[in-house]
Design a protein around this ligand. Structure first.
Ligand SMILES: Nc1nc2c(ncn2[C@@H]2O[C@H](COP(=O)(O)OP(=O)(O)OP(=O)(O)O)[C@@H](O)[C@H]2O)c(=O)[nH]1
Ligand SMILES: [Mg+2]
Length: 280
């Protein structure tokens, strides 16, 4: 890897994110959707981005440590904006952290709901009904005519490195179905592989070992095979969850994922906008 994890590199990525602005008319913010199994670290990833941008620990997306392993904490379709310095100022990207995907049909968000979210049909604040997807009759939360600004601009699949091997086929199938839908719509996607600290004993002691750890490579390969994505779309991270102070390597890994998410999403929005304007 030609990349060298230094403060300089970190600050460069921080600057890129701080300066980012959507250049597309009518689309003032980038919509990022996180999906993945229950407890994969989706909420923690949003908190971690907030932490690296602020430079100190935060808890905006409310990662929950008390929820049991089979009960998803995030039930509502809620978008999270990240605060910038200055009153009322926010970063021009928003995250939606949806309820975890469950193998059992009666639990977790339905694939059909996610497909509607991708297209921008579902409005902020909707509460998922695990036994019934949203439909047109829901006048409060269903948007029948979404435009580019309403849809998802990047799909982020979150997989926990320590549990990839034991994930059920049903969950993998659900994730693949969502990914395929996103692909059909041309939406860019990346995979965030969380919990790297739990997957490799060398990394637990010293996160800088992540760049050379064979175990982490193996786990990335497993993600790649199971979800059918190339290795270069997989970003290993350790989320902030109990650390009080910022760590250079944690920051760098989170920034590497985030700068690419924003870049891919922005390219997608520009391309869609260009195609729409030239089809007229
Ligand atoms: N060791 C470690 N723990 C993590 C990491 N990321 C998240 N956690 C912990 O894992 C648990 C689940 O994380 P969440 O962020 O709530 O997971 P989620 O995907 O939002 O879960 P649901 O909303 O229930 O689907 C929490 O107790 C987190 O503190 C990580 O990278 N390493
Ligand atoms: Mg959550």
């Amino acid at each position: 890897m030609a990349f060298f994890p230094s403060e300089d590199n970190k600050n460069r990525m921080l600057r890129t994110l701080k300066d980012f602005q959507s250049g597309t008319e009518g689309v003032s913010q980038i919509n990022i959707l996180l999906h993945g199994p229950i407890g994969a670290g989706k909420s923690s990833f949003i908190n971690s981005i907030n932490t690296v941008l602020q430079g100190h620990n935060t808890t905006s997306a409310l990662a929950d440590s008390s929820a049991g392993p089979s009960q998803s904490f995030t039930l509502r379709f809620k978008t999270h904006r990240l605060k910038k310095a200055g009153p009322g100022s926010y970063y021009p990207f928003v995250f939606t952290d949806i309820m975890g995907l469950e193998p059992d049909k009666s639990q977790g968000v339905q694939t059909k709901d996610i497909q509607k979210i991708l297209k921008g049909h579902v409005k902020d604040g909707y509460t998922f009904n695990p036994v019934k997807p949203i439909d047109k009759d829901d006048t409060k939360y269903y948007n029948p005519n979404p435009t580019l600004k309403d849809g998802v601009h990047c799909l982020v699949s979150v997989l926990p490195a320590d549990k990839i091997s034991i994930m059920s086929d049903e969950v993998i199938q659900k994730m693949r179905a969502v990914r395929e839908k996103a692909r059909d719509l041309g939406i860019p996607q990346i995979v965030v592989m969380s919990m790297v600290d739990k997957a490799c004993p060398l990394v637990i002691e010293n996160l800088s070992k992540i760049y050379t750890s064979r175990k982490i490579k193996e786990k990335m390969k497993e993600c790649s095979d199971k979800l059918g994505v190339p290795m270069n779309c997989i970003y290993p991270v350790q989320n902030y969850h109990e650390q009080i102070t910022n760590d250079l390597h944690m920051d760098i890994l989170i920034f590497m994922a985030m700068t690419d998410i924003v870049r891919f999403a922005n390219d997608y929005v520009e391309d869609q906008d260009y195609s729409a304007n030239h089809a007229k």
